[in-house]
Design a protein around this ligand. Structure first.
Ligand SMILES: Cc1cc2nc3c(=O)[nH]c(=O)nc-3n(C[C@H](O)[C@H](O)[C@H](O)COP(=O)(O)OP(=O)(O)OC[C@H]3O[C@@H](n4cnc5c(N)ncnc54)[C@H](O)[C@@H]3O)c2cc1C
Length: 393
């Protein structure tokens, strides 16, 4: 049985970020950190578990990446979002959020998940951590002061603190009797990169249509990352379309605001549900990222929320080390949970509320939403509040 201070289950975006965040504590306190990841990653090589999606990274997450020492690498392929344009098709009313209001160079950035994974793993390669890969955790059993993890090669690892960042689909939470609250949206996110006939000027668009919200995020060059929410029926029809037919349908639904859509890359789709672990912590155990919560991507908040969790958990671990407390003790985990609760609840309510508010097809409600968007645009304190929320500040 090998012992480790902190075992991170999963080296995806969140697990890798957590390991990078621990770097100062590894050097200052000689912490022993182990990351376990099944995908055969070689540091510095693209990781297969990172797909072709791109993520909107809020300005606050840029600061987090700076503190992790990975922003310089991320920045190479980051496209700044200078404004966000929110509208609904067929009705009046637009809200524009701009980085001019916040005196920052951008409201956020769009970065490919594969690139983020590559940069995080390059940083991990520089750290004195134990990297168990390819390896997966098959069994987790609580012990007196930690957990015993059994890996697929039969080896066992005893961890004083286990950080569950496995994406929530491994069944490990179930082994501990931790259940999820799940609200299926009966919607799918269709994602693809599209090329435009004209420059996008760094504008991100959120357009609510009767077929579901369409988000377009600016990428480097004339490309944009599309996240199009559809019902199963709509998705089945869209999947059957040729690329030309797809571009035509997208143009019809989105309109001409960004010029013409001229090319589309590989299309992928994801079923959407609001999922939240009923217990976010237990003594010697903390959930992060998709293992803790998966949100509707309408507001692009899932990974940003997880990064704030990474920062808060790191702070609590540091405080425990300074005060000579056990890093996974019930009081440390309780403080971490309490610190996260408000942010988590607010972001979940915000994302879920947007889906529900704009999901109801009724002309009166649509006009009311339009008035809301106009009001938000005119009333600068409300607009600034929304902008700061979008920026993760
Ligand atoms: C369509 C879409 C668009 C999105 N857009 C945005 C956005 O714009 N902005 C934003 O902030 N968020 C966005 N999100 C959310 C974001 O993608 C997630 O928050 C993020 O990917 C979660 O990462 P994770 O590391 O928790 O999980 P995952 O990416 O699922 O990683 C889990 C890791 O654990 C490993 N693993 C699994 N089982 C085991 C095991 N038994 N043992 C060890 N390791 C294991 C896996 O191999 C994997 O590497 C979006 C989500 C979707 C679906």
């Amino acid at each position: 049985m090998t012992h480790t201070d902190i075992a991170i289950i999963g080296g995806g975006l969140v697990g890798a970020s957590m390991a990078c965040a621990l770097a100062p504590l590894i050097s200052r306190y000689g912490l022993d950190v182990t990351v376990i990841e099944p995908s055969p990653v070689q540091h510095g090589q693209p990781q297969s578990s990172f797909d072709d999606r791109s993520s909107a990274i809020a300005y606050g997450s840029r600061r987090c990446f700076e503190s992790l020492g990975v922003w310089k690498g991320m920045q190479e392929k980051a496209c700044p979002i200078t404004s966000i344009h929110v509208s609904q098709r067929g009705y009046l009313g637009v809200t524009r959020l701009s980085c001019r209001d916040t005196h920052t160079e951008a409201l956020g950035y769009v970065i490919g998940n594969r690139w983020m994974g590559h940069v995080l793993h390059q940083r991990l390669a520089e750290l004195p951590i134990s990297w168990r890969c390819p390896a997966s955790v098959q069994r987790i059993v609580p012990e007196k002061e930690g957990h015993c993890l059994t890996l697929d090669d039969g080896s066992t690892l005893n961890a004083a603190l286990t950080v569950m960042a496995d994406g929530g689909r491994s069944g490990l939470k179930g082994q501990l009797g931790i259940r999820d609250d799940v609200t299926p949206y009966e919607q799918y996110a269709l994602i693809a990169n599209v090329t435009l006939s004209t420059p996008h000027q760094g504008v991100a668009y959120e357009r609510f249509t009767s077929e579901g919200p369409i988000a377009l995020l600016p990428l480097q060059g004339r490309r944009m990352a599309l996240v199009w929410t559809q019902s199963l029926e709509g998705l089945t029809r869209t999947r059957a379309l040729s690329d030309a037919g797809f571009l035509e349908q997208l143009q019809r639904c989105f309109g001409d605001r960004v010029g013409r859509f001229v090319e589309v890359g590989q299309r992928m789709d994801y079923p959407l549900a609001l999922r939240q672990a009923r217990e976010q912590t237990r003594p010697y155990l903390a959930m992060l990222g998709n293992a803790a919560h998966t949100l509707h991507p309408v507001a692009g908040q899932g990974f940003n929320l997880a990064l704030r969790g990474v920062q808060d958990l790191t702070r609590e671990i540091q405080q425990a080390l300074e005060q000579d407390e056990a890093i996974g003790s019930a009081s440390v985990m309780g403080r971490f949970d309490a610190r996260r609760q408000q942010d988590r609840d607010q972001i979940i309510r915000f994302s879920d509320g947007l889906v529900r508010l704009f999901g109801v097809e009724h002309p009166l409600l649509a006009h009311a939403r339009g008035l809301g968007l106009i009001g938000m645009n005119l009333f600068s304190p409300a607009r600034r509040l929304l902008t700061r929320r979008a920026m993760g500040l």
